[in-house]
Design a protein around this ligand. Sequence first.
Ligand SMILES: Cc1cc2nc3c(=O)[nH]c(=O)nc-3n(C[C@H](O)[C@H](O)[C@H](O)COP(=O)(O)OP(=O)(O)OC[C@H]3O[C@@H](n4cnc5c(N)ncnc54)[C@H](O)[C@@H]3O)c2cc1C
Length: 250
Amino acid sequence: MSLVSVQSARVTAIEIAGGAMAKIRFQCDSRFRFEAGQFVSILVPTPQGFVKRLYSLANSPEHAKANGYELCIKLVSGGKGSTFLCGLKPGDEFQFHAPYGHFEFHPRGRPVVFLGTGSGVAPLRSIVLSNRFQQAGIPFALAVLGFRTKGEVPYWDEFEKVGVATRYAISRENCEHPATKRGRLTDVLRDMKSDFPWADCDFYLCGNSDMIEEVRQFLAQKRVPKDAIFFESFSTPAVQMPVEIERKVA
Ligand SMILES: Cc1cc2nc3c(=O)[nH]c(=O)nc-3n(C[C@H](O)[C@H](O)[C@H](O)COP(=O)(O)OP(=O)(O)OC[C@H]3O[C@@H](n4cnc5c(N)ncnc54)[C@H](O)[C@@H]3O)c2cc1C
């Protein structure tokens, strides 16, 4: 059996939004290809050895080719992976395997609704910026993105700039901005116009499993067929990589 090779990454930039979300840019010696929406498995050094954590690529393949790869990380208090990544500085290095995952865009000529909370915005951003999405001739696209505060929104305006109408659900503070609503993502969905064509749209969901379950139940009530809902749960237990990788990096 052949070993999966370990890639080395070098951090080129890091930016923290709202004290809780980090945008990390990196380059690697041998570039890897990925589809928008896929993730990498990062080897996080700990005193007991490496642990693996999964992180979605936050920019498109085309953007990554020209400018380097990007991650969007939510800092979890006491979390091994997120604390390691958010503490990196330009010039620091880390190791990872890539790419993995099947949360990709399926062009079907139907309107698309992106629903994400927190760092779940990462693969959605990768998709909306990708040529595959931009060239798909979508009738219209909407994003509803949920964060605790406006300061934590890592990519304010960016979905709008590529033609995706965007509403922000801000759960912990009131905001004056007309694109925001105080509350949860599902509160924004319940506020949509009564003639919104739910059953005609494709839905892409990403975030924690509670949000995904709640939204799936909401969409079921709107008679959205199950095959029109694509989702990635960040709460899934980490995918187990082949043991050969563990041995190689140990
Ligand atoms: C396919 C996939 C893609 C992912 N992509 C991203 C991504 O792009 N960006 C990103 O930030 N994360 C992403 N995640 C989540 C990521 O893999 C880690 O689970 C997350 O960063 C927490 O790991 P940690 O090592 O920091 O915390 P751990 O050391 O694993 O956990 C520390 C403590 O924090 C709790 N905890 C774990 N996660 C959370 C959370 N989200 N909120 C609050 N408490 C938590 C744990 O229960 C534990 O008590 C993804 C997960 C999957 C499955």
